[in-house]
Design a protein around this ligand. Sequence first.
Ligand code: AMP
Ligand code: MG
Length: 333
Amino acid sequence: MKILGIESTCDETGAAVVENGTKVLANSLATSALEHARFGGVVPEVAAREQVKVLVPTLASAVKDVNFDSIDAIAVSYGPGLIGSLLVGVESAKALALAWEKPLIPVNHLVGHIYSNWLEAKRLPQFPLIGLVVSGGHTDLVYMRNSRDFNLIGSTLDDAAGEAFDKVARYLGLPYPGGPQIEKAAIGFCGVAGKNPFPVSMAGKDNSDFSFSGIKTAVVRYVEKNHLKLTNNYISMVAFYFENAVVDSIASRVKKSATSYKVRSLVIGGGVAANKRLRRALLRVASETKTEVYFPKIGFSVDNGAMIAAAAFFAGKPVDPLTIQADSGLHFD
Ligand code: AMP
Ligand code: MG
């Protein structure tokens, strides 16, 4: 079964054709990240206008080498996300489905991130599993008993992990998106993880929620209190301890959930999943909890249309296109 997946929840525009939820036949992606760089974060109005500009060319490029008749269904990410961006993808998908007379499958963006791990995978995650979506807009933990069962068990109470990376990078004078910049700066510092001056958020609290705004504030206070001049050495040091604090916080929550839900797999998705320190920490968690950890293949951790097509294949069902609404909120139903 071939599905055309469409993604437009934030600043990426994706269209892809995927066979049986795993084989990527075509994948086209555009991003307006550079447009947002000078503001230090995504500007919703700018993101929506860029979606309008690039969605049709992105779609055209995805389907140009695929026989139109061979596409069995269209899938679209209906939310959560920025409402202006979402409307562009959702309304275009509805129009296409009606004009082409193809079934339309609405997909939750977070479910898409989890199923990004099925794309071009040599081995598939096993259920039950814990899904972790860590991105610029989300830090969410999901428990899945089977391929269609989603239970949100933890979420950030304030900033998303990627957002914290972006804000701290901006404070340190590093460009947007800040995650890769912090990761690069941290490599140059050889610190002692046990001596972290920044608090690991919510450490020890008995729940699976996250909070990252405290770490960000701690960074600013630390720099000001110690009158640090942001030279390369100090930037490296702050980046190292900040990255460690965020990674420890995420890894401890994943470990706790993996143990209490007795799962077989840990499935990671979202832009922050590219972070190597996080990957190493989650590999350790997997070995300690006797689970297997899965990361998306290169290119599928960022928002993309292929993951939406995969999620539609494994967990979606077609609905009347006219009933689909873009929905910015975070819930599964
Ligand atoms: P997404 O929201 O899934 O499109 O991912 C973008 C977010 O991921 C931004 O907040 C980036 O700063 C963050 N990000 C990307 N690469 C890395 C990395 N290597 N380490 C930490 N964060 C990252
Ligand atoms: Mg994005």
